[in-house]
Design a protein around this ligand. Structure first.
Ligand code: NAP
Ligand code: ZN
Ligand code: ZN
Length: 348
């Protein structure tokens, strides 16, 4: 039976979010019903709720950093039972047949693309609704286990911010002997600092100002520089093996590429609404790589959760009530978040 659950939605592009209800499909054979406890606020929620990326589906219930408890399972479910602590990230399905899906890279599904947790249509053509809600029904194959030892509130942001940094840091071999810079100390960036440090890399934060320097060093950074200071770019020229940018706005890429060593890689995970420009000589000299990376696959997301539990890594959060979501959005846009807003979904 389809159920109706409480949620917070943007009724139209750029409209403030407000309380509403949305349908959840019946629990199918391979589905789990999750009582959502916490939902993180990712900057991607704001881009989409304000239709900055275009083609948004409204009303929109954002939220793809979901942590909760299983309350019911379908007859064919083998991975989970009622009472299990689980998470859901940015996708709830994909074709499962293409080479990428088979390789555990479902986020790059070429058989129609991954089905987003919200702002997408599922295989039956119904709109998906995300985690700013009390319950969600998800196929067990796209549901993650939250290890014991990680509280649900600080685990929720790992489902997007955590995996989005873990995946490129692992892929580009951040580790002992590697100099890694994280650009932007927000939700993604602060997890990048924690994870890169835990992987054994020498970590530098490149932030707009030195305002959050003490925090950055406590999170595990070895060095901290302000990008508003032109001397930073002279001082750090040719320094890094890997730079991961989490910046939500267009960056002057050429300046950042000058900070790489020969053969270094600049990996962009920030998803600005406008295009950026590039002088190709910035990558020709020094055989540099300019790359991007999107979240991570299901298997890798589980690996990341286990890694975070093993290293005692959760997000630094500000827990808020659902009626504070619009205010939280403004603070994220002002780079005034330390370091992830998480909604207590009991307040929805
Ligand atoms: P966030 O918490 O707002 O952090 C972004 C940080 O970027 C800010 O805290 C700020 O750090 C810096 N920043 C913001 N505006 C800037 C500007 N104009 N110039 C320079 N730096 C600026 O956002 P988030 O949730 O971490 O998300 C960051 C971006 O990643 C968003 O665009 C989001 O959509 C995208 N994203 C991508 C993926 C993926 O799979 N690729 C996944 C999740 C999110 P400082 O104050 O330290 O400068
Ligand atoms: Zn996200
Ligand atoms: Zn696929």
């Amino acid at each position: 039976m389809t159920t109706t659950v409480s949620a917070y939605a943007a009724p139209a592009a750029k409209a403030p979010l407000e309380r509403t209800t949305v349908p959840r499909r019946p629990v199918g054979e391979h589905d789990v019903l999750i009582e959502i406890k916490y939902a993180g606020i990712c900057h991607s929620d704001i881009h989409q709720a304000r239709d900055g990326w275009g083609e948004g589906i409204f009303p929109m219930v954002p939220g793809h950093e979901i942590a909760g408890v299983v309350t019911e399972v379908g007859a064919g479910v083998t991975k989970f039972a009622a009472g299990d602590r689980v998470g859901v990230g940015c996708m709830v399905d994909s074709c499962r047949e293409c080479d990428n899906c088979k390789a555990g890279l479902e986020q790059y599904c070429t058989g129609g693309g991954m089905v987003g947790t919200y702002n997408a249509l599922d295989k039956s053509g119904e709109a998906t609704y995300g985690g700013y809600s009390t319950h969600i029904v998800v196929d067990e194959a796209y549901t993650l286990r939250i290890p014991d030892g990680l509280s649900l509130d600080i685990a929720a942001p790992l489902l997007c911010a955590g995996i989005t940094l873990y995946s490129p840091l692992a892929h580009w071999n951040a580790g002992p002997g590697k100099k890694v810079a994280i650009v932007g100390l927000g939700g993604l960036g602060h997890m990048g600092v924690k994870i890169a440090h835990a992987l054994g890399a020498e970590v530098t934060v490149l932030s707009q100002s030195l305002r959050k320097k003490d925090d950055g060093l406590k999170l595990g950074a070895d060095h901290y520089y302000a990008t508003s200071d032109a001397a930073t770019f002279e001082q750090l020229a040719g320094t890094f093996d890997l730079i991961v940018s989490t910046v939500s706005a267009p960056l002057p890429l050429d300046r950042y590429l000058s900070l790489l060593k020969t053969d270094g890689a600049f990996v962009n995970v920030g998803a600005p609404e406008e295009p950026v420009s590039l002088n190709l000589f910035s990558v020709i000299g020094g055989r540099k790589t300019l790359a991007g990376s999107g979240i991570g696959g299901i298997r890798e997301t589980q690996e990341m959760l286990d890694f975070c539990a093993e290293h005692g890594l959760g997000a630094e959060i500000e827990l808020i009530r659902a009626d504070q979501i619009n205010e939280a959005y403004e603070r994220v846009l002002a780079s005034d978040v330390r370091y992830r807003f998480v909604i207590d979904t009991a307040t929805i």
